[in-house]
Write a protein that binds this ligand. Sequence first.
Ligand SMILES: [Zn+2]
Length: 235
Amino acid sequence: MCINCLQLGRRRFLSAAGIAGTGLLLGTRRADASPAATALSPVDALAALKAGNQKFVAAPLACEKDMARQRAEVAKSQSPWATILTCADSRVVPELVFGGTGLGELFVARNAGNMADTATLGTLEYGAEHLGSPLIVVLGHERCGAVAAAVEVVTKKARLPGSIGLMVDAIVPAVQAVLGKPGDLIDNAVRENSRRTAAKIASESAIIGELAGQGKVKIVYAHYDLDSGVVEFLT
Ligand SMILES: [Zn+2]
Protein backbone atom coordinates (compact mmCIF):
# COMPACT_ATOMS: atom_id res chain seq x y z
CA MET A 1 0.00 0.00 0.00
CA CYS A 2 1.40 3.42 -0.92
CA ILE A 3 1.64 6.52 1.25
CA ASN A 4 -1.33 8.00 -0.54
CA CYS A 5 -3.48 5.05 0.46
CA LEU A 6 -2.28 5.17 4.06
CA GLN A 7 -3.03 8.85 4.41
CA LEU A 8 -6.20 8.97 2.40
CA GLY A 9 -7.73 5.53 2.76
CA ARG A 10 -11.22 5.10 1.46
CA ARG A 11 -12.79 4.98 4.91
CA ARG A 12 -11.08 8.18 6.04
CA PHE A 13 -11.88 9.92 2.79
CA LEU A 14 -15.53 9.07 3.00
CA SER A 15 -15.57 10.36 6.56
CA ALA A 16 -13.91 13.56 5.40
CA ALA A 17 -16.66 13.93 2.83
CA GLY A 18 -19.22 13.79 5.61
CA ILE A 19 -20.24 10.18 5.17
CA ALA A 20 -20.17 7.90 8.16
CA GLY A 21 -18.19 4.79 7.30
CA THR A 22 -20.46 2.65 9.43
CA GLY A 23 -23.44 3.98 7.51
CA LEU A 24 -21.89 2.77 4.31
CA LEU A 25 -21.26 -0.64 5.72
CA LEU A 26 -24.65 -1.01 7.34
CA GLY A 27 -26.81 0.56 4.64
CA THR A 28 -29.80 -1.16 3.12
CA ARG A 29 -28.91 -3.90 0.68
CA ARG A 30 -30.88 -4.30 -2.51
CA ALA A 31 -33.40 -7.03 -1.74
CA ASP A 32 -33.44 -8.31 -5.31
CA ALA A 33 -29.72 -8.12 -5.99
CA SER A 34 -27.08 -10.77 -5.48
CA PRO A 35 -26.59 -11.66 -1.77
CA ALA A 36 -23.07 -10.31 -2.07
CA ALA A 37 -24.16 -6.97 -3.54
CA THR A 38 -22.77 -3.74 -2.14
CA ALA A 39 -24.52 -2.14 0.81
CA LEU A 40 -23.97 1.33 -0.59
CA SER A 41 -27.01 3.35 -1.64
CA PRO A 42 -26.95 5.30 -4.93
CA VAL A 43 -26.26 8.49 -2.99
CA ASP A 44 -23.43 6.86 -0.99
CA ALA A 45 -21.84 5.53 -4.18
CA LEU A 46 -21.99 8.95 -5.84
CA ALA A 47 -20.37 10.56 -2.79
CA ALA A 48 -17.64 7.92 -2.82
CA LEU A 49 -16.86 8.62 -6.47
CA LYS A 50 -16.70 12.36 -5.81
CA ALA A 51 -14.36 11.81 -2.87
CA GLY A 52 -12.20 9.48 -4.93
CA ASN A 53 -11.89 12.03 -7.71
CA GLN A 54 -10.91 14.71 -5.19
CA LYS A 55 -8.19 12.36 -4.05
CA PHE A 56 -7.04 11.80 -7.64
CA VAL A 57 -6.89 15.55 -8.29
CA ALA A 58 -5.10 16.37 -5.04
CA ALA A 59 -2.61 13.48 -5.03
CA PRO A 60 -2.65 11.61 -8.35
CA LEU A 61 -0.33 8.78 -7.39
CA ALA A 62 -0.48 5.35 -8.90
CA CYS A 63 -1.85 3.28 -6.07
CA GLU A 64 0.07 0.26 -4.87
CA LYS A 65 -2.70 -1.68 -3.23
CA ASP A 66 -2.18 -5.25 -2.16
CA MET A 67 -3.47 -6.59 -5.44
CA ALA A 68 -2.70 -10.21 -4.62
CA ARG A 69 -4.91 -10.03 -1.54
CA GLN A 70 -7.63 -8.14 -3.38
CA ARG A 71 -7.51 -10.56 -6.29
CA ALA A 72 -8.10 -13.43 -3.90
CA GLU A 73 -10.97 -11.60 -2.21
CA VAL A 74 -12.94 -11.07 -5.41
CA ALA A 75 -11.91 -14.13 -7.41
CA LYS A 76 -15.10 -16.04 -6.69
CA SER A 77 -17.62 -13.20 -6.89
CA GLN A 78 -17.96 -9.47 -7.48
CA SER A 79 -20.07 -6.74 -5.93
CA PRO A 80 -19.13 -3.49 -7.68
CA TRP A 81 -20.49 -0.39 -5.99
CA ALA A 82 -20.68 1.81 -9.09
CA THR A 83 -20.98 1.40 -12.85
CA ILE A 84 -19.08 3.68 -15.19
CA LEU A 85 -19.87 4.05 -18.90
CA THR A 86 -17.10 6.07 -20.44
CA CYS A 87 -15.05 6.59 -23.59
CA ALA A 88 -12.37 4.17 -24.75
CA ASP A 89 -9.92 7.08 -24.62
CA SER A 90 -6.66 5.89 -23.02
CA ARG A 91 -6.55 8.96 -20.78
CA VAL A 92 -9.90 8.33 -19.12
CA VAL A 93 -9.38 5.37 -16.81
CA PRO A 94 -12.19 5.08 -14.25
CA GLU A 95 -10.20 3.05 -11.74
CA LEU A 96 -7.62 5.85 -11.61
CA VAL A 97 -9.68 9.04 -11.94
CA PHE A 98 -11.94 7.91 -9.12
CA GLY A 99 -9.08 7.65 -6.70
CA GLY A 100 -7.28 4.39 -7.25
CA THR A 101 -10.14 1.92 -6.99
CA GLY A 102 -9.00 -1.66 -7.06
CA LEU A 103 -10.25 -4.98 -8.34
CA GLY A 104 -13.95 -5.66 -8.00
CA GLU A 105 -15.06 -2.10 -7.18
CA LEU A 106 -16.19 -0.52 -10.45
CA PHE A 107 -18.23 -2.17 -13.20
CA VAL A 108 -16.97 -0.51 -16.38
CA ALA A 109 -18.26 -0.31 -19.95
CA ARG A 110 -16.23 1.62 -22.50
CA ASN A 111 -16.58 2.56 -26.14
CA ALA A 112 -15.59 5.57 -28.23
CA GLY A 113 -17.98 8.38 -27.32
CA ASN A 114 -19.55 6.54 -24.36
CA MET A 115 -22.60 5.45 -26.33
CA ALA A 116 -25.37 3.14 -25.17
CA ASP A 117 -25.75 0.55 -27.92
CA THR A 118 -27.40 -2.81 -27.34
CA ALA A 119 -24.29 -4.49 -25.97
CA THR A 120 -23.67 -1.61 -23.61
CA LEU A 121 -27.27 -1.47 -22.41
CA GLY A 122 -27.13 -5.17 -21.68
CA THR A 123 -23.88 -4.70 -19.80
CA LEU A 124 -25.36 -1.92 -17.69
CA GLU A 125 -28.46 -3.98 -16.98
CA TYR A 126 -26.33 -6.88 -15.82
CA GLY A 127 -24.42 -4.57 -13.49
CA ALA A 128 -27.57 -3.06 -12.03
CA GLU A 129 -29.94 -6.01 -11.90
CA HIS A 130 -27.62 -8.94 -11.31
CA LEU A 131 -24.65 -7.46 -9.50
CA GLY A 132 -26.59 -4.83 -7.58
CA SER A 133 -24.50 -1.82 -8.60
CA PRO A 134 -26.53 1.16 -7.35
CA LEU A 135 -25.10 3.94 -9.53
CA ILE A 136 -24.53 4.43 -13.27
CA VAL A 137 -22.25 7.26 -14.34
CA VAL A 138 -22.00 8.27 -18.00
CA LEU A 139 -18.60 9.91 -18.16
CA GLY A 140 -17.79 12.04 -21.20
CA HIS A 141 -14.52 13.89 -21.45
CA GLU A 142 -12.79 16.99 -22.72
CA ARG A 143 -11.51 16.90 -26.33
CA CYS A 144 -13.21 13.58 -27.08
CA GLY A 145 -12.03 12.38 -30.48
CA ALA A 146 -15.25 10.56 -31.29
CA VAL A 147 -17.33 13.67 -30.62
CA ALA A 148 -14.84 15.84 -32.50
CA ALA A 149 -15.26 13.49 -35.47
CA ALA A 150 -19.03 13.92 -35.26
CA VAL A 151 -18.51 17.68 -35.28
CA GLU A 152 -16.45 17.29 -38.47
CA VAL A 153 -19.26 15.27 -40.02
CA VAL A 154 -21.79 17.99 -39.21
CA THR A 155 -19.73 21.08 -39.98
CA LYS A 156 -17.50 19.85 -42.83
CA LYS A 157 -19.48 16.89 -44.15
CA ALA A 158 -16.55 14.63 -43.33
CA ARG A 159 -16.86 10.96 -44.31
CA LEU A 160 -15.34 8.36 -42.07
CA PRO A 161 -14.41 4.84 -43.15
CA GLY A 162 -15.92 1.52 -42.17
CA SER A 163 -17.57 1.03 -38.83
CA ILE A 164 -16.02 4.24 -37.53
CA GLY A 165 -18.47 6.20 -39.66
CA LEU A 166 -21.48 4.28 -38.35
CA MET A 167 -20.25 4.68 -34.80
CA VAL A 168 -19.79 8.42 -35.16
CA ASP A 169 -23.16 8.84 -36.88
CA ALA A 170 -24.80 7.96 -33.58
CA ILE A 171 -23.18 11.03 -32.00
CA VAL A 172 -24.28 13.43 -34.75
CA PRO A 173 -27.71 14.27 -33.18
CA ALA A 174 -25.93 15.55 -30.07
CA VAL A 175 -23.81 17.86 -32.20
CA GLN A 176 -26.82 19.12 -34.13
CA ALA A 177 -28.62 19.85 -30.88
CA VAL A 178 -25.97 22.32 -29.71
CA LEU A 179 -25.07 23.98 -33.01
CA GLY A 180 -24.97 27.76 -32.61
CA LYS A 181 -24.96 27.68 -28.84
CA PRO A 182 -22.42 29.83 -26.93
CA GLY A 183 -19.10 28.21 -26.07
CA ASP A 184 -16.96 25.55 -27.68
CA LEU A 185 -18.91 23.31 -30.05
CA ILE A 186 -17.00 20.13 -29.24
CA ASP A 187 -17.26 20.66 -25.49
CA ASN A 188 -20.95 21.46 -25.73
CA ALA A 189 -21.48 18.36 -27.85
CA VAL A 190 -19.57 16.15 -25.40
CA ARG A 191 -21.85 17.25 -22.56
CA GLU A 192 -24.99 16.92 -24.68
CA ASN A 193 -23.92 13.48 -25.85
CA SER A 194 -23.43 12.29 -22.28
CA ARG A 195 -26.80 13.74 -21.27
CA ARG A 196 -28.46 11.93 -24.14
CA THR A 197 -26.76 8.65 -23.30
CA ALA A 198 -27.92 8.88 -19.69
CA ALA A 199 -31.47 9.65 -20.84
CA LYS A 200 -31.38 6.76 -23.31
CA ILE A 201 -30.35 4.31 -20.61
CA ALA A 202 -33.30 5.34 -18.47
CA SER A 203 -35.81 5.33 -21.30
CA GLU A 204 -34.73 2.31 -23.37
CA SER A 205 -33.84 -0.09 -20.57
CA ALA A 206 -36.99 -1.24 -18.83
CA ILE A 207 -34.87 -3.02 -16.23
CA ILE A 208 -32.82 0.02 -15.28
CA GLY A 209 -35.76 2.37 -15.66
CA GLU A 210 -37.74 0.33 -13.14
CA LEU A 211 -34.85 0.16 -10.68
CA ALA A 212 -34.34 3.92 -11.05
CA GLY A 213 -38.03 4.52 -10.44
CA GLN A 214 -37.77 2.51 -7.23
CA GLY A 215 -34.77 4.55 -6.08
CA LYS A 216 -32.51 1.52 -6.19
CA VAL A 217 -30.37 2.81 -9.05
CA LYS A 218 -29.33 6.35 -9.86
CA ILE A 219 -28.20 7.45 -13.33
CA VAL A 220 -26.01 10.53 -13.65
CA TYR A 221 -23.74 12.01 -16.29
CA ALA A 222 -20.44 13.75 -15.81
CA HIS A 223 -17.57 15.45 -17.62
CA TYR A 224 -13.88 14.66 -17.18
CA ASP A 225 -11.31 17.44 -17.60
CA LEU A 226 -8.16 15.98 -19.15
CA ASP A 227 -6.03 18.86 -17.90
CA SER A 228 -7.08 19.09 -14.27
CA GLY A 229 -8.33 15.56 -13.64
CA VAL A 230 -11.58 16.92 -12.25
CA VAL A 231 -14.81 15.02 -12.82
CA GLU A 232 -17.69 17.48 -12.98
CA PHE A 233 -21.00 15.80 -12.15
CA LEU A 234 -23.70 17.42 -14.24
CA THR A 235 -26.74 15.83 -12.64
ZN1 LIG B 1 -13.52 10.16 -26.13
